[in-house]
Design a protein around this ligand. Sequence first.
Ligand code: ADP
Length: 709
Amino acid sequence: MMSLIINTFYSNKEIFLRELISNASDALDKLRYMSLKDSSVLDTDKALKIDIIPDAENGTLTIRDTGIGMTKPDLINNLGTIAKSGTKAFMEAIQAGADLSMIGQFGVGFYSAYLVADKVEVLSKNNDDGAHVWTSEAGSSFTIRDATPEDGPIARGTSIRLTLKKDQKEYLETKRIKDLVKKHSEFIGYPISLEVTKEKDVEEDVEEEDKEAEKETNEAEGDDADKPKIEEVEEEADKPKKEKKTKKVTTKEMEVLNTQKPIWTRKPEDIKPEEYSAFYKAITNDWEDSLAYKHFTVEGQLEFKALLFVPKRAPFDLFETKKKQNNIKLYVRRVFIMDDCKDIIPEYLSFVKGVVDSEDLPLNISRESLQQNKILKVIKKNVTKKSLEMFSEIAENKEDYKKFYEAFSKNLKLGIHEDTTNRKKLSELLRFYSTKSGNDLISFKDYIGRMKEGQKAIYYITGESKAAVEKSVFLEALKKKGIEVMFMTDPIDEYAVQQLKDFEDHKLVCATKEGLELEETEEEKAKKEEEKKAYENLCKKVKEVLGDKIEKVVLSNRVVNSPCCLVTGEFGWSANMERIMKAQALRDNSMSNYMVSKKTMELNPSHPIVVELKKKFEADANDKTVKDLVWLLFETSLLTSGFSLDEPTLFANRIHKLIKLGLSIYDDGADAAQEETAAGETGAAAAAGGDDDLPPLEDDSGTVMEEVD
Ligand code: ADP
């Protein structure tokens, strides 16, 4: 990573300044938070500020803060160890085409210093330790030593001195730095000052003693560069005018570059979209604008202001369990308190970024008591509500919503699972493909709006992918009737839909589960009754053959072109859920015994295979071929219905037998013996019998091959 940063031709090297200022601001936040409980931490220096000092003569740029500073071990751990998880993630992201300016989001922002510097020296002092200097020249390892007076004033905080690369001297120019701070760091909550050199006209005939006096004053003030070194100039101007010559004197002054009035305290109507955007970038290190924002004030029994943002992309560690719980910075009456307050926004909204500034919370509140705090509960409720409102607003623009949904649909679905209060609102935000949606995603509202007359339920199917469900056997009848079916192909859909159950009084009905009732004409009903009687015995026989592999056998109303399918109980796992659970490495097996799908086999009485099977069974109830074919039908429908085969070899043996039949190979050797053992294991009637071998499939309908087809 270092060589990438050092050698890159990347054109946007300026981001280094934003990263270092942001680190300085974090360090100041940490100190200020500590000072709320123990004001003595400020004893060494009350001012909380960031200074930028260019030194053209030596070609260095220094960024200095009066924040918490680093102890010697901190310097080693925080700056010396590049083997952080973020490094790997950052490199992967870069290889995948991410922009280098994302570096700050991976927790390795400090190293961006090497975009512009050959050498970085970090002088740092924490209240609990002496001052140390960490030094590392591009690409080589680092050294640490105790600071000496030559290193400059030893005060609390961190001072980062960059020896700029030859071609990066532009970062010493006042204008360039001012523009950069304006662009990236305008909303930092501490004064950022730049040391600027000013030329002033000073009157020539200042008397000698005055000059001496002036020199002494400056020396007494020491190194304090905050004040102009020649202050008398102004005062002299007030003196009665005399004819005097002037000469040019250069002075160094600190000039504050940012307005620190927090943006969220301003009126929304006075804030330009660019300002929101700049603020968003400042608090998130994002290089792109946010997708949406919401700025609001809640007043009444309690009062707080908040500014929330939705990023355009999901962060690389969205569902990483160890990462920070959320991205909302909590302020109390403009004082930053913390940015990892767990109870300010629900976990499923952890991608929402922003600030909340409460008027009511006590300033010195401890982390522990925050968790129980009633005020915080109300804040959380409102922040959640407003976030969902913001998402609905995004949904007004199709393109934007597509982006949003791609990035955060999993979060919404997690919300459906977890957040009972907002479940309805969240379900309105869901989108799915369907049998009729083409390449567009549709909402439940869209679906209801174009339901067939008389249709009551919302039909959906779950499965591994759009391609897999599109052609599913379960959709045959629904498609034929022109009923739209939603595709739920994200594993999390299975969990979400279990909680949803209905939408605006329309029950959600799964196409792969029992209880799929379709509208039928009287004629259809009568036909069904007739078929039911006619197939009663076959159904019994099939159940007898398959034993406890299935719960029951019934006639199907959902398959049209296939001979059969396997459906699961309305409240148990679907085939897709079974697949998902099997894939979970740390799954507790005990659960699956209760939940594993109880399968019902549905036969299609209009399908030639089923018709012929019935005939064969009626001709000879004990025909061995019937058993073998029933097993084959069962196993193929396991596959078409989305289950996996418990014993694939057994299935393959049966298929091989059919292939042999097709190739007219009639042997009764080793293969038959193998078959016997295998069939014996499942309790299946020794498929078609070992010794009287292959069943005479070629009875009434022409050639063997046709039968196999
Ligand atoms: P990040 O800030 O995202 O954690 P960085 O690589 O920018 O990653 O910084 C690494 C760590 O070094 C920080 O987490 C912080 O602990 C420490 N650090 C960096 N700059 C400063 C600073 N100016 N003052 C105090 N600590 C700092």
